[in-house]
Design a protein around this ligand. Structure first.
Ligand code: FAD
Length: 363
C-alpha cells in the first residue's frame, strides 16, 4: 500500500510528492499527460522567491516595469523582483526531483474514481494497459482547476474563468495589464515579455476577441489556454486532500497560482509527516503560511468587482501612492500594495479627488 496517491504532476503534485518521498513516504504520482508539463497553459510570471525555490536556470525574462491601464488612465509600477520562468522546464524539473527521491510516476494515467475506507483510499486508475486498482493511506488532488478528486470528495468547485493566451514573435520589456472591464468583463488582459516572445492573454468572457485583437498583425507562435479558479475551496475531506489549483488557491486578484501551488504542497506534506489528524494539521499549516494572502486576495477581488465603477477615482489615488506601492509591491502578495493604497487613503484622497474632478471636467 502507498502512503500517498498523488493525482496530477503539475507544480503542486510534484512538489508534494518530492516533499513526502524525501521524508521516506511511499508515493505514487499519476498524470494523464504523455509528457510532464506539455501542453503548458501558464505565462510563468512569478516573484523572485519562486525562482529561489525552483532555480535561476529556469528564468527566461526579468521585466522591470508593469504598466497598468484602465479606461480612465494608466500608471506604471516598477519592481526588481519580477521574473518569467520556463513553465514546461519548471514542471519537468519538479517531477524529476520527486522521482529522484523515490516517487513512482505513471504518465498517460488518469484517475477514474476512488472511495474512502476507515484506514485507506481505494482508487481506480486508467492507462493504456487498462484499469488498475491502487490502495493508499491518502489521496492528494493536485489535478488542477477542474479537479476530479475535488468533485469526488463532494467539495464545491470555485468559479472557473476560461483563459486564452497567444505567444507572439516579438520582444517587449514590460508587463502590461489592462483592467478595462468593458473589454474583459470578468478579469483583465495581459502582455508578458518572455525572451524573444511576448505572451498576450485574457481571462473570462470575451477573452478570445480581446486576445485576437492584441495579436493583430503579429506572428502567432502558439495558442494555449486554461482555467483560472477564483476563490479557495475546502482543503480536503477525510483521507482526501487538495493542493494548488484543485483547491482554488490561485490569487483571485491576479490569477497567479505557482507560489500557492508549491506552498500548499509544503503545508500538506508537513501535516502528513506529523501524523494524527492530517486535515486539521494541513489547515493549520496553510493558515500559518500562505493561506491568509489567498483569502485577502479573494476579498479584495470581490471589493474591486463591487467598486469597479469608481476606477476613475482609484487611478489618481494609486498614482499618487506609486512610490510607496513600488516599495511594498510583490507579485505573490498583491494585497500589500492594495492595503498600502487603502491605508494611505485619508492622506491621498484630497489630491486624488482634485485630479479626478479635473480629468472629468477636461474629458
Ligand atoms: C492562461 C494562464 C496563465 C497563467 N499565468 C500564471 C503566471 O504568470 N504566474 C503564476 O503564478 N500562475 C499563472 N497561472 C496559474 C498557474 O498556471 C496555476 O496556478 C498552476 O499551474 C497550478 O498548479 P497545479 O499543479 O495546482 O495545477 P496544474 O498545473 O493545472 O497541474 C494539474 C495536473 O493534473 C493533471 N490532471 C488533471 N486531471 C487529471 C486526472 N484525472 N488524472 C491524472 N492527472 C490529471 C493535469 O494533466 C496537470 O498536469 C496561469 C494560469 C492560466 C490558465
Amino acid at each position: 500500500m502507498y502512503d500517498a496517491l498523488v493525482i496530477g504532476a503539475g507544480p503542486a503534485g510534484s512538489n508534494v510528492s518530492y516533499q513526502l518521498s524525501r521524508k521516506g513516504f511511499k508515493v505514487k504520482m499519476v498524470d494523464l499527460k504523455e509528457k510532464v508539463g506539455i501542453p503548458n497553459h501558464c505565462s510563468g510570471l512569478v516573484d523572485e522567491r519562486v525562482v529561489d525555490i525552483v532555480g535561476g536556470e529556469l528564468v527566461t525574462d526579468n521585466p522591470l516595469t508593469a504598466e497598468i491601464s484602465t479606461p480612465v488612465g494608466s500608471f506604471s509600477l516598477s519592481s526588481k523582483r519580477m521574473r518569467v520562468v520556463d513553465r514546461v522546464a519548471l514542471d519537468q524539473k519538479l517531477a524529476t526531483m520527486a522521482v529522484s527521491e523515490g516517487a513512482e510516476l505513471s504518465l498517460m494515467t488518469s484517475l477514474t474514481e476512488f472511495y474512502q475506507q476507515e484506514d485507506k483510499v481505494v482508487a481506480s486508475l486508467k492507462s493504456k494497459n487498462g484499469f488498475e486498482r491502487i490502495e493508499a493511506k491518502f489521496i492528494v488532488g493536485a489535478d488542477g482547476p477542474a479537479s476530479k478528486v475535488r468533485r469526488n470528495l463532494g467539495i464545491k468547485a470555485p468559479r472557473l474563468l476560461k483563459s486564452l493566451q497567444f505567444d507572439l514573435s516579438r520582444k517587449s520589456d514590460k508587463v502590461k495589464i489592462n483592467l478595462d472591464r468593458r473589454k474583459t468583463p470578468d478579469f483583465f488582459s495581459w502582455e508578458i515579455p518572455n525572451g524573444n516572445e511576448v505572451e498576450v492573454g485574457a481571462s473570462g468572457s470575451n477573452s478570445e476577441a480581446v486576445v485576437r485583437d492584441m495579436a493583430r498583425d503579429c506572428q502567432v507562435v502558439r495558442k494555449r489556454g486554461g482555467l483560472i479558479p477564483i476563490g479557495p475551496t475546502e482543503l480536503g475531506r477525510g483521507r482526501g486532500f487538495l493542493v494548488g489549483d484543485a483547491a482554488g488557491l490561485s490569487k483571485a486578484t491576479t490569477g497567479g497560482g505557482l507560489y500557492a501551488a508549491l506552498n500548499s504542497g509544503n503545508a500538506l506534506s508537513g501535516a502528513i509527516e506529523s501524523g494524527n489528524d492530517v486535515l486539521s494539521g494541513y489547515q493549520r499549516n496553510w493558515q500559518n503560511s500562505f493561506g491568509p494572502e489567498i483569502e485577502k486576495d479573494y476579498r479584495i477581488r470581490r471589493l474591486l468587482d463591487r467598486f469597479e465603477k469608481y476606477y476613475g477615482l482609484w487611478v489618481p489615488l494609486v498614482s499618487s501612492s506609486i512610490s510607496g506601492i513600488n516599495r511594498v509591491g510583490d507579485v505573490d502578495y498583491p494585497s500589500k500594495a492594495f492595503l498600502y493604497a487603502l491605508y494611505s487613503l485619508p492622506l491621498r484622497l484630497p489630491q486624488a479627488l482634485m485630479e479626478f474632478v479635473s480629468s472629468s471636467v477636461s474629458s
